[in-house]
Design a protein around this ligand. Structure first.
Ligand SMILES: Nc1ncnc2c1ncn2[C@@H]1O[C@H](COP(=O)(O)OP(=O)(O)O)[C@@H](O)[C@H]1O
Ligand SMILES: [Mg+2]
Length: 258
């Protein structure tokens, strides 16, 4: 019998990945495996290549070298099992669509070519909006939302994709405390349902609380593994270099851990 790699292969496997802009490598020789059901944080300084890593594994950028497998296969075969929440600033919010339209975009991967979302898709979209407490604003133009509300809409769209592996780029950046709490609750619930979630994160003070695994990135992979093993002063120093002085409180509190 043939082995079913779709269930046994890890959600994400990256080998020797190099990505360059204008021939300048911004990611170099990345080897990485993300196990199923994990909540993984990607941390590293500004310009480390965190967003580039997500875009590369999602096939949004050409690879200079290496390969990416999603559940053991090239992305094209498993694109439907993969959801993406882009960095909020990277999106044009003047585009004249309402909240419901944006969430319904999450259903397009499930539609037959040329088909429009139907009643069942709308039901799913409504349930996802409800999950992020945005259903009352379903008809609001997206340009008229606060930062936290926009982030919730993005999450609802990703939920509507009904994927197994999610990539989120700084979902907590610039959101209010209530939204941050709602997002982390949602991520934990997704994990509890067996989803795999990979999150670019910049707030080191919440890293140990939020993520069970970490990827430490600065052009090269510095370390990857369980948070308790890799969130150490030494590896943070290696990742952030001189810029770690601004993070000294976090490092100091790490040193005081029992
Ligand atoms: N479209 C682009 N063209 C050229 N350089 C880019 C582009 N996008 C990002 N970069 C550069 O690639 C590096 C990594 O960027 P990015 O992945 O956005 O970092 P991070 O998300 O970790 O802050 C940075 O030096 C950035 O200036
Ligand atoms: Mg980024």
């Amino acid at each position: 019998m043939m082995k079913d790699f779709s269930t046994t292969a890890p959600p994400l496997e990256v080998h020797d990945l190099t990505v360059a802009y204008d021939r300048r490598p911004v990611l170099y020789g990345i080897d990485l495996t993300v196990p199923a059901g994990s909540l993984t944080g990607i941390i590293g300084p500004n310009g480390a290549g965190k967003s580039t890593l997500l875009k590369a594994v999602l096939g949004l950028l050409p690879l200079s070298a290496g390969w990416v497998k999603i559940f053991g296969a090239p992305l094209a075969q498993n694109a439907r099992r993969t959801g993406y929440v882009p960095q909020r600033e990277s999106v044009d919010w003047d585009f004249p669509v309402n909240v419901m339209d944006v969430v319904l975009m999450g259903r397009y991967g499930h539609l037959a070519p040329g088909r429009r979302p139907g009643r069942a898709d709308r039901e799913i979209a409504r349930a996802c909006l409800d999950q992020v407490q945005m259903l009352p604003l379903a008809r609001r133009q997206i340009g008229n939302l606060s930062g936290g509300q926009r982030q919730r809409v993005f999450l609802a769209r990703a939920l509507a994709q009904e994927s197994d592996l999610y990539f989120m780029d700084e979902p907590f950046a610039g959101v209010d405390a209530a939204t941050e709490a709602a997002i982390i609750d949602l991520l934990r619930e997704m994990k509890a349902r067996g989803k795999t979630v990979v999150v670019v994160h910049h707030d080191l003070s919440t890293v140990r609380d939020y993520f069970d695994r970490l990827v430490l990135l600065n052009v090269r992979l510095v370390a990857a593994g369980p948070t308790a093993e890799v969130f150490t002063p030494e590896l943070l120093q290696k990742t952030y270099g001189g810029r770690l002085t601004i993070l000294s409180d976090v490092v100091q509190s790490l040193g005081e851990e029992p």
